[in-house]
Ligand binder design. Structure first.
Ligand code: SAH
Ligand code: SF4
Ligand code: F3S
Length: 459
């Protein structure tokens, strides 16, 4: 990898000597794992001598990092890849690579190879470290390359040497583990990201230490199921241990993590967060459904009561904790009673916010083959009721913050400098009145709230 980076660097130095300034553009779809992976791809591009660009036109290197979690995500990625055709036609020397979860499915990698001739190579989620080599090979006139997905995903190697070019100086993602072993029956992620692999605690600690030392104030530990961190390591270290270790580091920063799986949310983890100086009072705990029957078919390994029990413990340990969730409607066989159970759990849990989803059948997953797929109109109608129910709760929850003074970290990329925004410890969006320096903490008195955020004055 490092020798490929050096060799590409020599080639881009050659371009610069000829008066061409090579630039790169990365398009990212999907979740924070993909955002984090794209920062690694940007790290490669930077080390290879490409400069970042906000548009694909005029770039010598274009990388697309795709998502496969729902059909809509795949359609969006394919349509954006389609738009790159004219760029390649105008300049055949442009290198186009497509990676991520969508192309970590053999049928998608094959489709790219056969129907998108302007794509130079594609790579699976487990082989980011091969990207410099793929670029080098293509620059030297090598053939187009597409993965044998099963072989690529079975390789569990990952490199700690990968350079990272982060988008934000204030907030950072830190992957603690890769992959997922849970095989929830609707989900494509375990098929496209491979088995769980935990990073060593010392590597994570040194990355976090470096970030905090460099001025980063908000760090999110990432994994598909962070609560099972360490299960694959010999040392017996748990996620709670990791939180405790990171909490011992010096510096003024916030620590977040996502995503937690209710089946693995232990009392020890709750205690580790409650006693931590830096862990945010925020817990994202996907519910998916409030019906025990549906949860069992989803292969989630918990019941609604067990779920509500965790929420109760979180609130008992930290009364001000912000709790958010993921909820899906329209899972195969979901009856009106099942859906009513979901609304019932939502009303009892009183989430601050949820990410809501309409079930989308994913090829190769058990749920896609289940009989009793729910008609689209029923799914949409339930989705609308789900959102209506949550919006009312979100609004009440946010309004309860009016009059409070909260510690807010100013974002480092507000859309409009006249309207600075920031985040509370619970990760709520705050529109700040007053001058705010990006990356600084402020005490903000909340004066107003709506369903989607808070408004307040710096005091
Ligand atoms: N690992 C995390 C998140 C995985 S993907 C977790 O376990 O919660 C993020 C969310 O996408 C999931 O929580 C789920 O609600 C949703 N999702 C996953 N597969 C889906 C599908 N096939 N259709 C609709 N939503 C889906
Ligand atoms: Fe998908 Fe379940 Fe793994 Fe989350 S825990 S990534 S929903 S299989
Ligand atoms: Fe999408 Fe892959 Fe994330 S499928 S949601 S980018 S893990």
């Amino acid at each position: 990898m490092l020798s490929s980076i050096r060799s590409v660097r020599e080639l881009t130095d050659g371009m610069r000597a000829r008066g061409i300034s090579p630039k790169f553009y990365i398009m990212t779809f999907g979740c924070q794992q993909n955002e984090a992976d794209s920062e690694r791809l940007a790290g490669f591009a930077d080390a290879m001598g490409y400069k970042p660009s906000h548009v694909p036109d005029g770039c010598s290197l274009i990388l697309v990092n795709t998502c496969a979690v729902r059909e809509h995500a795949e359609k969006k990625a394919l349509s954006c890849i389609g738009q790159l055709k004219h760029i390649k036609a105008a300049d055949p020397s442009v290198i186009i690579g497509v990676g991520g979860c969508m192309v970590s499915q053999q049928h998608r990698a094959d489709a790219l190879k056969h129907s998108y001739p302007y794509v130079d190579f594609s790579f699976c989620t487990t082989e980011l470290w091969r990207v410099p080599e793929l670029i080098l090979d293509r620059l030297r006139g090598g053939r187009r390359r597409f993965p044998d997905v099963a072989a690529s995903l079975s390789s569990t190697d990952f490199s700690e040497e990968v350079p990272v070019l982060r988008r934000s100086r204030t907030r950072a993602w830190v992957s603690v583990m890769y992959g997922c072993n849970n095989f929830c029956s609707y989900c494509i992620v375990p098929y496209v990201r491979g088995r769980e692999r935990s990073r060593l605690p010392e590597d994570i600690l040194s990355e976090v230490r470096g970030l905090v030392g460099g001025g980063c104030r908000d760090i999110t530990l990432l994994g598909q199921n962070v609560n099972s961190y360490g299960h694959d390591l010999d040392s017996g270290v748990t996620f709670a241990d990791l939180i405790r270790e990171i909490s011992r580091l010096d510096g003024d920063f916030r620590l977040r993590f996502m995503t937690s799986h209710p089946k693995d949310a232990t009392d020890d983890l709750i205690a580790a967060i409650a006693e931590s100086r830096v862990a945010s009072r925020h817990f994202h705990l996907p519910l998916q459904s409030g019906s025990d029957r549906v949860l069992a078919v989803m292969n989630r390994h918990y019941t609604a009561e067990k779920y509500l029990g965790i929420i109760e413990k979180l609130r008992a340990a930290m009364p001000d904790i912000v709790i958010t969730s993921d909820i899906m409607v329209g899972f195969p066989g979901e009856t009106e009673d099942d859906f009513a159970a979901t609304l019932g759990v939502m009303r009892r849990a009183r989430f601050d916010m949820i990410y809501s989803f309409i079930f989308s059948p994913r090829r190769g997953t058990p749920a896609a083959r289940m009989a009793e797929q729910i008609p689209e109109d029923v799914k949409s109608e339930r989705f609308a009721r789900l959102i209506e129910c949550q919006n009312a709760i979100s609004r009440e929850k946010n309004e309860s913050a009016v009059g409070q003074t909260l510690r807010v970290l100013a974002d480092d990329g507000f859309d409009d400098p006249a309207d600075p925004t920031g985040r509370t410890d619970g990760n709520k969006l705050v529109h700040i009145r007053g001058e705010a320096i990006p990356g600084e903490f402020y005490s903000v008195k909340i004066t107003r709230a709506d369903t989607f955020g808070l408004y307040g004055d710096i005091i």
